[in-house]
Design a binder for this molecule. Structure first.
Ligand code: G3H
Ligand code: 13P
Ligand code: ZN
Length: 330
């Protein structure tokens, strides 16, 4: 298929109560791994690039790799999404590059660090919605802020989403999906002690708004991956993430889009470190980027099954080529 919007993917997921992972990309191997997993499990998929990732690739390169996924994955519904757009300009850039969906994260100012006012958030979101909707592109926005600081996407402060503010925000902006803060956090070092997602806040938001809900900072940071990274010379201590059981509970309570970047980074790093440790004579990038791509594919296959996305690509194509031929006795 065809490129689809996240609005289409998430409304479909909401109807059937499953979650769709949105996986971050920076390079060809990541794009290919996501598509391999989507094909293997027959899942619709959201491929997302952050501003940092687009900058790193000089925009056009990553944009075209994502487009290649859309073309090559012809029987998989794919959305191309801008993650954490910080301004009207960043959204326009992505839309002009052919993205079908953008996030405007107006919960922070353009520096990506300073918590903004509600009025600022509404204003910048309105601008993006106006531009995007006129071009058939869907818009995700955020209300509340996550803790955890990534490259230009975090204040380090937690402001759980106020459900009534969320309701007002949705009606004042006309967005297609809403990212909320219920205790998750970006990166590999998410929580001190145990994870505590506020499911009551989530339930309240779900009861007040009628658009798909997005959970950022949703990597599980599996111990096995951290152990693997450390076994091959890494030094990652005191990490923790959101257990899959909490994500499944969140999906049950109404979350449709689940943002995953860190777990993919860990899978790639572990695989590359393993090659460098076990075969220090290797120097062809394909010898370590290939295993990294396979490790990422396997990770995403598991997530697609765990989130319930697996098997739902066919919902977009009620008739296969064989069905059509049969129907016309061809
Ligand atoms: O939420 C942030 C994503 O993990 C993207 O991170 O800005 O370092 O590409 P990045
Ligand atoms: P993680 O750091 O938990 O993978 O979150 C990624 C994310 O929210 C991308 O927008
Ligand atoms: Zn995020």
């Amino acid at each position: 298929m065809p490129l689809v919007s996240t609005k289409q993917i998430l409304e479909e997921a909401r109807k059937k109560s499953y979650g769709v992972g949105a996986y971050n990309v920076n390079n060809m191997e990541q794009v290919q791994a996501i598509m391999a997993a989507a094909k293997e499990t027959q899942s619709p998929v959201i491929i997302q690039a952050s501003r940092g990732a687009l900058r790193y690739s000089n925009f056009t390169y990553l944009g075209y790799l994502m487009k290649a996924a859309v073309i090559e994955g012809f029987d998989i519904p794919v959305a191309m999404h801008l993650d954490h757009g910080n301004s009207l300009e960043s959204a326009v850039e992505a839309i002009n590059l052919g993205f079908s969906s953008v996030m405007i994260d107006g919960s922070l100012l353009e520096d990506g660090k300073t918590v903004s006012t509600y009025d600022y958030n509404v204003k910048v979101t309105n601008l993006v919605v106006e531009y995007a909707h006129a071009r058939g592109v869907s818009v995700e926005a955020e209300i509340g802020t996550l803790s955890g600081i990534e490259d230009g996407v975090g204040s380090g402060k937690i402001h759980l989403t106020d459900p009534y503010e969320a309701k007002k925000f949705v009606s004042e902006t006309g967005i297609d999906s809403l990212a909320i803060a219920v205790g998750t956090s970006h990166g590999a070092y998410k929580f001190k002690g145990s994870v505590n997602l506020d499911f009551n806040v989530l339930k309240k938001i779900r009861s007040l708004i009628d658009i798909p809900i997005v959970l950022h900072g949703a990597s599980s940071v599996p111990k096995e991956l951290i152990n693997e990274v450390n076994k091959y010379g890494g030094r990652m201590m005191g990490t923790s993430g959101v257990p899959i059981s909490s994500l499944q509970e969140a999906i049950k309570l109404g979350v449709s889009k689940i943002n995953v970047d860190t777990d993919g980074r860990l899978a790639i790093t572990a695989a590359i470190r393993k090659v460098f440790t076990e075969a220090p004579d290797k120097f062809d990038p394909r010898d370590y980027l290939g295993p990294a791509r396979t490790a990422l594919t396997n990770l995403i296959i598991t997530k697609m099954k765990d989130f319930g996305t697996a098997g739902h690509a066919k919902d977009y194509f009620p008739l296969s080529l064989e069905d059509i031929k049969r129907q016309y006795n061809f």
